[in-house]
Design a binder for this molecule. Structure first.
Ligand code: URA
Length: 242
């Protein structure tokens, strides 16, 4: 693949901008400047730097973000900063069929919710992960206002009716880790689902954190606001989870 096309595909700007970056000596591979924008290089696994920023070629981008509190999962946030401001600009500028599109969050977390969020520029993957047929379990660590009791746990497992749908929604699993710490596993993603389910059993969410999606747990060393590429194995496990 031509080096200028590689840079373009990764979100470093238009083809002309990418050719210019290379020709001006801003791009290195294995520590050496490569100033020929039309040089053919193997894209897979390629590591390079652009103006000192290290980058790794990914045909499609799949990443996890530790969403901090006080951020919105919207490209056009209303009140809080967007989670997209936490990502380097190439991830926000990756082209898709000729247009700048960048990565998108798979589902949304509330402004005050923290934890694991997946992002990608693979439309099919977003569709698969969001499909109601694809029941990927998501685990939430919930701090509740009132001490939990067995009745609340049983109701969450049996199903509670929310105001927008007569069909009950149930927790796939739930456990009182401590009197004020509920661990809840859901396989759907309705609007404010955890908060509404907990309210429906007479309690209240004080803090909410998503700790895992399918087999993927938020790594302990990924601090709030940090992101990381998913490995091919992690993507495959999410894709085939059910
Ligand atoms: N359920 C909620 O109520 N909020 C979230 O952010 C995620 C799940």
């Amino acid at each position: 693949m031509l080096l200028q096309d590689i840079l373009y595909s990764q979100g470093f700007g238009t083809r002309r901008v990418c050719a210019g970056l290379i020709q001006q000596g801003f791009v290195t591979i294995a520590g050496a400047v490569v100033a020929d924008s039309a040089v053919d290089v193997a894209a897979q696994g390629l590591r390079f730097t652009v103006q000192g920023t290290e980058w790794e070629y990914h045909e499609k981008a799949y990443l996890m973000l530790h969403k901090p509190a006080g951020t919105e999962c919207s490209q056009k946030p209303s009140t809080w900063p967007s989670i997209y401001t936490l990502l380097p600009s190439p991830l926000r500028l990756r082209p898709n069929k000729g247009a700048v599109q960048g990565v998108q969050a798979i589902g949304r977390l509330d402004q005050d919710t923290t934890g694991l969020l997946l992002l990608t520029d693979d439309g099919q993957f977003i569709h698969r992960m969001g499909s109601p047929k694809h029941h990927v379990p998501k685990v939430y660590e919930v701090t509740v206002k009132h001490p939990l009791d067995e009745g609340q746990l049983q109701k969450l497992l049996a199903g509670v009716v929310l105001d927008d749908d007569p069909k009950p929604v149930l927790a796939a699993a739930c456990e009182a880790v401590a009197p004020l710490h509920l661990r809840l596993t859901l396989t759907e993603g309705k609007y404010h689902q955890v908060k509404r389910m907990v309210a429906a059993v007479g309690n209240r969410v004080e803090a909410l954190h998503r700790s895992s999606i399918g087999a993927l747990a938020l790594p302990e060393d990924l601090a709030p606001g940090q992101w990381r590429w998913l490995s091919a194995e992690q993507v495959e496990a999410l894709r085939s989870a059910r």
